[in-house]
Design a protein around this ligand. Structure first.
Ligand code: PTJ
Length: 247
C-alpha cells in the first residue's frame, strides 16, 4: 500500500483504503467489499466526511438501545473487521454487547480470520462460527447465525448491510441499528435507528454516548422515544443535496 504523507489533502481517506486492501490481502475482506467501500466513499464525500448533527443524535439513540437491551449484538462483516476492529471491541465493552461475525460471502476460513483479528484487538468472545441459528426469510448464507448470538438478540447493530437481512431482522421484531452512509439504502430505510455516517466515526461516537448515558444514569426509554428515524434520514438526504463538500 502507498505511503501517504500527512500533508496529502485526502490522507485519511487514502489510509482507510489501505486498511481495506490489507484486509483483502489478509483474508478478512471480500473483493466486492472494495466496491461497497467505493460507494460509501462517494456518499461520505457528499456529506463532508464528518458526523452531521442528526447522525450524532442517531448514535446517541443507538447507544441508549444497546444499554437498554437484554441481548445486544454487534454484527461484523469483512469491511468492518478491516476498517475498525478496535472500535467494534470498544463499543462492545461500553455497552456489554456480544460480537458476531456474519458474512454475505460466508466461508469458515474468513469467519475464523475475522474472529482471530477481532481477538487480536481485544475481543474475548466472538460468535459466528457455530451457525446453529437461522434468520427466517433469507435464502442466502447471511441467514445463518448463532443461536446464542443474533438469533436470540433483541437489539442488533448492522453496519454496512445489504437491505434484505435488515428487513428480515426487522420482521423478527428485533430493534435494528444500521450504520450506512447512503440514506436511501433499503437497510437505512427499515432501521429503527439509521446512523448515516462512516462506520469508522459512528462506532466511537456510539461508545462515547454509551459511556456518557451510563455515567449520567440517563432515562434510556426517554432517549429512545425522542429519536425520529424519518427526520434523521431526511436531514442526511438534505445535507447531501444542499452540498457540503470535503476537500
Ligand atoms: O464481508 P461480507 O461477505 O459480508 O460482504 C460485505 C459487503 C459490504 C460486500 C456486502 O454487505 C455488500 O455487498 O454491501 P452493499 O450492498 O454494497 O452495501 C454496502 C452499503 O454500505 C452501501 O450503502 C454503502 O454506501 C455503505 N458503506 C460502504 N462503506 C461504508 C458504508 N457505510 C458506512 N461506512 C462505511 N465505511
Amino acid at each position: 500500500t502507498a505511503d501517504v504523507p500527512d500533508s496529502h489533502p485526502r490522507a485519511a481517506s487514502l489510509r482507510t483504503r489501505d486498511r481495506l486492501v490489507e484486509g483483502l490481502e489478509n483474508g478478512l475482506t471480500s473483493r466486492t467489499g472494495l466496491i461497497a467501500h467505493g460507494r460509501g466513499e462517494a456518499f461520505d464525500y457528499l456529506l463532508g466526511e464528518r458526523t452531521i448533527p442528526s447522525a450524532d443524535r442517531a448514535a446517541r439513540a443507538a447507544a441508549a438501545h444497546l444499554l437498554a437491551a437484554d441481548h445486544p449484538v454487534i454484527s461484523v462483516n469483512g469491511n468492518v473487521a478491516a476498517l475498525a476492529p478496535e472500535r467494534v471491541v470498544d463499543l462492545a465493552d461500553a455497552t456489554d454487547a456480544a460480537i458476531e461475525v456474519n458474512l454475505f460471502h460466508r466461508s469458515a476460513e474468513r469467519i475464523e480470520a475475522i474472529a482471530d483479528h477481532l481477538r487480536a484487538h481485544g475481543a474475548t468472545d466472538v460468535h459466528g462460527l457455530a451457525g446453529d441459528g437461522r434468520i427466517p426469510g433469507l435464502d442466502h448464507d447471511r441467514g445463518i447465525c448463532d443461536a446464542d448470538g443474533i438469533e436470540r438478540a433483541d437489539v442488533v447493530v448492522v453496519p454496512l448491510e445489504d437491505g434484505d437481512r435488515a428487513a428480515a431482522l426487522a420482521e423478527l421484531g428485533k430493534s435494528e441499528i444500521v450504520i450506512d452512509l447512503n440514506p436511501l439504502s433499503r437497510s437505512a430505510q427499515v432501521a429503527d435507528v439509521p446512523i448515516v455516517d462512516n462506520v469508522v466515526r459512528a462506532l466511537p461516537t456510539m461508545a462515547a454516548h454509551a459511556r456518557e448515558l451510563s455515567e449520567a444514569g440517563a432515562d434510556l426509554d426517554g432517549v429512545i422515544a425522542e429519536f425520529d428515524a424519518d427526520a434523521a434520514l431526511a436531514d442526511a438526504e438534505r445535507t447531501i443535496r444542499e452540498g457540503s463538500l470535503a476537500d
